[in-house]
Ligand binder design. Structure first.
Ligand code: GDP
Ligand code: MG
Length: 576
């Protein structure tokens, strides 16, 4: 049979778990509220306080002349004034002892029939309402106290208990003052369940009398006397093993144990739910990293890979941004080329100037080869601008994609140092790619100047000069407007052809040098660097935001506590 001691063990374990969780979890658990409380109800002086004390085996309630009684009386007066009124503000009396169960034991005022001198008429109803508010809670175990020297049919305790607990599941009928019954009468009708049937057996009690209390008879002595009373009583000796405060305590413990054990599955479920929540949050903010160098290197590489994956998605589709590069090639570059001041450069007046300067003192005879070369050179020089601008525009887009990818790599959020290390490494690479790309596109333009497409001019020579017929132009025609315009338009046509070529080849060079390299080798240098790093340098890279670290630490701690609470409760659940 469960004893108060074993119940103390069970409840203490659950309580320890809950307290720990409450202390560390912040939100705590409402388990404690779900656990049962025990309340005594009954008329005035029916022996409620005495029963509560003898069930616990300690003197602590306001009865007799103890100092605590005065303390409570004074406290009550402070709240209600000296009006003999009642207050529904409970007085919390905490008892600290390893031997005391942290159960809520509620000593209620006695139910009364009439208001005494100085009390409000409403006192009768007020007390009943207050008592009812406690005992109607489904987790309240009711000790319904009736004195044996009164008719059970008039018992207020039984009346109220039947009202709030019709099935009698949580009501214990207690009959006090058996020793004060009139000579020749006994309470067997009640104790044997004939007078009034309850779910749980009736328990008869002999508490300390007022005289005992006045003589400071201690509770253990009183219990022994009570036991002797039942054993030697001619009426009750056959019931002796089912009577007395110790038996009531056992009965109550047993019942409490059943009720508490019934709560265990929901307690465990609550704990499991919390464990799941903590795990989910830990997943969200990232698990702690192992402290060895290998694991750290692995973590860093994982982060790099995660970042790289996001970056590639930006370029290859799936994420926005890569399309802006095509916009540069398709729109920005042609528009910039269109805006070049070629018309001015190839105007008749400039053609005249360049051609005659190239001719020097000897005007050209057939075609101004030097002049044409200079005009083409000069024109192509303009293309370096749009070519370099294309490189820079793509560079800016790639840089922006790096920034976006860093922000979108959630795993990286917890490592601000690593985040900026990766960003710096990526941007470094992009700058190297840009320099390479710039050299390449400038070279493409220069290549067009260094070697001209001969066929283009050979075809031109086959075409006759319309204005002069088949006659070779005379010397005096060398610098005529017509002749110069024709040179200008030929050069314009040639430059237009080169422009079309460059419109295609510049994007090819840019993609080759910048985009392709960014996809292929954005973090290659970084990998080489971290491969050479020492363990402490690696852990410095994995430096986390202190707020996050402490959040993770407290979550991990809570997780541990919940798990060990679950183990503790599990173990009491299986230990009987
Ligand atoms: P409460 O008002 O219901 O809390 O009753 P108390 O526990 O304060 O008891 C009221 C009075 O009845 C006290 O003087 C007790 O000593 C006395 N008393 C309670 N139970 C018994 C009992 O079983 N036998 C005797 N002789 N006196 C009792
Ligand atoms: Mg009392």
């Amino acid at each position: 049979m469960a004893t108060m001691e074993s119940l103390i063990g069970l409840v203490n374990k659950i309580q320890r778990a809950c307290t720990v969780l409450g202390d560390h979890g912040g939100e705590g658990l409402s388990l404690w509220e779900a656990l049962p409380s025990v309340a005594v109800v009954g008329g005035q002086s029916s022996g409620k306080s005495s029963v509560l004390e003898s069930v616990v085996g300690r003197d602590f309630l306001p009865r007799g002349s103890a100092a605590v009684r005065k303390e409570i009386a004074d406290e009550t007066d402070r709240i209600t004034g000296k009006t003999k009124a009642i207050s529904n503000i409970p007085i919390h009396l905490s008892i600290y002892s390893p031997n005391v169960v942290n159960l809520t034991l509620i000593d209620l005022p006695g139910l009364t029939k009439v208001a005494v001198e100085g009390q409000q008429e409403s006192i009768v109803q007020d007390i009943e309402n207050m008592v009812r508010s406690y005992v109607e809670k489904p987790n309240c175990i009711i000790l319904a106290i009736s004195p044996a020297n009164q008719d059970i049919a008039t018992s207020d305790a039984i009346k109220l208990a039947r009202e709030v607990d019709p099935s009698g599941e949580r009501t214990f009928g207690v009959l006090t003052k058996l020793d004060l019954m009139d000579q020749g009468t006994n309470a067997l009708d009640v104790l044997e369940g004939r007078a009034y049937r309850l779910q749980h057996p009736w328990v008869g009690i002999v508490n300390r009398s007022q005289a005992d209390i006045n003589k400071n008879v201690d509770i253990n002595f009183a219990r022994r006397k009570e036991r002797e009373y039942f054993e030697h009583s001619p009426e009750y000796s056959h019931l002796a093993h089912k009577m007395g405060s110790e038996y009531l305590a056992k009965l109550l413990s047993q019942h409490l144990e059943v009720v508490i054990r019934q709560k265990i599955p929901s307690i465990i479920a609550l704990i499991n739910k919390t464990i799941d929540e903590i795990n989910a949050e830990l997943d969200r903010i990232g698990r702690p990293i192992a402290s060895d160098g290998g694991a750290q290197l692995y973590t860093i590489l994982e982060m790099c890979r995660a970042f790289d994956k996001v970056f590639k998605e930006h370029l290859e589709g799936g994420r926005p941004g890569g399309d802006r590069i095509y916009l540069v090639f398709d729109h920005q570059l042609p528009a910039a080329m269109k805006k070049l001041p070629l018309d001015r450069h190839l105007s008749t007046s400039n053609v005249r100037k360049v051609v005659s300067e190239a001719d020097g003192y000897q005007p050209h005879l057939i075609a101004p080869e030097q002049g044409i070369r200079r005009l083409i050179d000069g024109s192509l020089g303009y293309f370096k601008g749009p070519a370099e601008a294309t490189v820079d525009a793509v560079h800016l887009i790639l840089k922006e994609l790096v920034r976006k990818s860093i922000a979108a790599t959630l795993e990286l959020k917890r490592f601000p140092s690593l985040q900026s290390d990766i960003a710096a490494a990526a941007n470094n690479s992009l700058e190297r790619f840009r320099d390479e790309s710039r050299k390449t596109v400038v070279r493409l333009v220069e290549m067009e100047s260094t070697y001209l497409t001969v066929e283009f001019f050979r075809k031109l020579q086959l075409e006759p000069e319309k204005n002069t017929g088949n006659q070779p132009a005379s010397n005096s025609d060398r610098y005529t407007d017509n002749h110069l315009r024709r040179i200008g338009s030929n050069v314009t046509a040639y430059v237009g052809m080169v422009c079309d070529t460059l419109k295609n080849s510049i994007p090819k060079a840019v993609v080759h040098c910048q985009v392709r390299e960014a996809k292929r080798a954005l973090l290659n240098n970084f990998y080489v660097q971290i491969g050479k790093r020492e363990k402490d340098q690696l852990s410095a890279m994995l430096d986390e935001d202190p707020a996050l670290m402490s959040r993770r630490e407290s979550l991990s701690k809570r997780l541990q506590l919940y798990k060990s609470a679950r183990d503790d409760i599990d173990s009491v659940a299986w230990n009987r």
